[in-house]
Design a binder for this molecule. Structure first.
Ligand code: GUN
Length: 293
């Protein structure tokens, strides 16, 4: 078994981005600038956004964090998105999900200017991805493709089983893996909560993408020997022995699976690190379009 190390791969991408930005700044260009909107104080969202802001600083990007209380109205949030859209000093805008139940997240996402949609959640971005046109690809599936490419994993002809059909991970992942490109060229099965006998599908998989958000759901007896396991799960589970009071678990039962797999991503240090690297790559691309006319 080999570890698919997201942390070191993300570092390599971030170093490359940082070098590109430093060189451009020497020629008088402004820094790339990402705005993040965070509503409420959900622990996991706080951690993700803090990590995005920290990474911006590390690689020479400007960042602006806009916080709203849980009670913010949809109108107030949309007004803020409009303000950010109109701000020409900004290259990328993200609104951290999930949003409180009284807010229609689709309406907020739809409002983001597609040229600043570095999360790739706007229908325009998803449509372009479907058609194979250049555009912003959602950060988690994009990061997984970057991780496979970096490790020179040739997925051509593989059977990929994706578990989970979310708009931000499972569905775009299934599209990217089926594309005529490498990584890609897979035969893809998209499984979800209504799939009967899920194990009969995962046992056929050369590559399993576990993106259902259920800690340690994927067990060793559900995959064949030599399979590749990509674990997208990041769930906080109470752990009174840890100083934080919780630990982070992925969707895969790591230790027993690791003995059976050819490659496996750890949690933490796997897909999560790549999601941030991919977001930074999207922001870099937006900035280049804005400043390298
Ligand atoms: N919530 C979980 N993942 C993501 C992400 O990639 N972007 C945003 N905006 N929210 C998320």
């Amino acid at each position: 078994m080999q570890i698919l190390d997201g942390k070191s791969c993300a570092s390599a991408y971030k170093d490359r981005i940082s070098a590109e930005v430093s060189a451009a700044i020497l020629t008088g260009k402004r820094k790339p600038h990402l705005a993040a909107v965070l509503v409420g104080s959900d622990g996991a969202s706080e951690t993700y956004v803090a990590s995005k802001v920290k990474t911006c600083k590390e690689i020479g990007f400007e960042s602006t964090l806009i916080r709203f209380p849980e009670t913010v109205t949809q109108e107030e949030l949309i007004e803020m998105v409009d303000r950010l859209n109109a701000d020409s000093s900004l290259d990328g805008i993200l609104v951290q999900l999930p949003l409180p139940k009284h807010i229609d997240a689709d309406q907020v996402t739809l409002r983001i200017d597609p040229t600043k949609d570095v999360d790739g959640f706007h229908p325009g971005s998803l449509g372009r991805m479907m058609l194979g046109l250049p555009g912003f690809v959602p950060a988690t599936p994009k990061g997984i493709m970057m991780l496979l490419a970096h490790n020179k994993i040739d997925t051509t002809g593989m059977h990929a089983v994706v578990i989970g059909r979310s708009n931000i991970v499972g569905t775009p992942m299934s599209v990217l893996l089926s594309r005529n490109q490498n990584p890609g060229n897979c035969t893809v099965t998209l499984c979800h909560s209504k799939t009967p006998d899920l194990k009969s599908f995962t046992l056929q998989a050369d590559i399993v993408i576990a993106a259902l958000g259920k800690p340690e759901f994927l067990k060793a007896d559900m995959v064949k020997t030599g399979a590749i396991v990509i674990d997208v799960g990041i769930t906080r589970v109470e752990d009174l022995t840890s100083p934080k009071g919780y630990k982070i678990l992925g969707d895969a039962d790591f230790e027993p699976l690791a003995e059976k797999c050819s490659w496996i991503t750890p949690v933490p240090g796997g897909v999560g690190a790549m999601t941030i690297a991919a977001l930074m790559q999207n922001t870099l691309e937006a900035w280049k379009r804005n400043t390298h006319a």
